[in-house]
Each structure stands twice: as structure tokens, then as C-alpha cells.
Design a protein around this ligand. Sequence first.
Ligand code: CUA
Length: 153
Amino acid sequence: MHRLEEIWMTLSIGLLVIFMVVIGFQTFAMGMGPPSHKETIDPQKVSQTAPFDDPGVKKMGENEYEVVMILQSFQFTPSDIELPVGAEVTFTMASPDVSHGFQVAGTNINAMVMPGHIQKITHTFNEPGEFLVLCNEYCGIGHQMMSTTITVQ
Ligand code: CUA
């Protein structure tokens, strides 16, 4: 093999290794990887499948809540959610029909809820207030009316 070929091969493989190390470090050590909840659900049976057979706000621990939510055309169930300030809240979401969005204005919560997949997102509300919840995926004729609120107090 040519001397120059060897140099270029070593350089390109070295670059690949450096990129993989950087991406691996960001993903695993810094938690910057994409969300990877791989749980699936039969969209036809969302309302019969636990925990979605009993949607609502659940207290899970000292300062920990879970909101089990169904997003369907064109509503959030439960709606008008109330949560205490400072609680760590996990939203566990599923859709029985089409893709919906779950965006909470004034926070960095922004998730897509696709039929067939369980979506989870965790957030701590450190400030009291009324937060507008919007569907930001076009889901049909009533899409622009699909909204609710989260009241943190
Ligand atoms: Cu649901 Cu747009």
C-alpha cells in the first residue's frame, strides 16, 4: 500500500473514532440523546390498556406525579390539570387515532404522540402559573381547538 494511502486511511478512521467518542459522550454522559421510549401500544385498545384505562393525575411519591393522558381528536384527557409547584411530573401519553402534539407554552415541553407508541416526558414546574397546552401536530378539522391548561399552584 502507498504511504499516502496509509496516512489518509489512518486519518479518516481516526476522525470516525473521534466523532463516535464525542457523540457517545454527549448521548450517555450528558444525556443529550434523542428520547428513546420504545414502548408500544395497540392504538385500537388504548382505553382498555393500563395505565390508559384510568387516565388522570396520580401521586407517585413525596414530590412526584404522573399524568396518564390520552390525546385524541380533539381533546386531552384529563384536561384542566392541577399540579403543585416544584413537583416532578411525568406525562405518559398515547393516542388512539392520529398523531397529536403536546406542547406546553412557556416550558420546553414539546412532544409528538403517535398512535402505536407510548410517549413519556418529565418536567418540574418550578413556577406557579397557568400554562397553555396545545396540540401542535395537525390532526384534523378540530386541530386548532385542541388545547387545555395546566394550573401550577
Ligand atoms: Cu391534536 Cu392537532
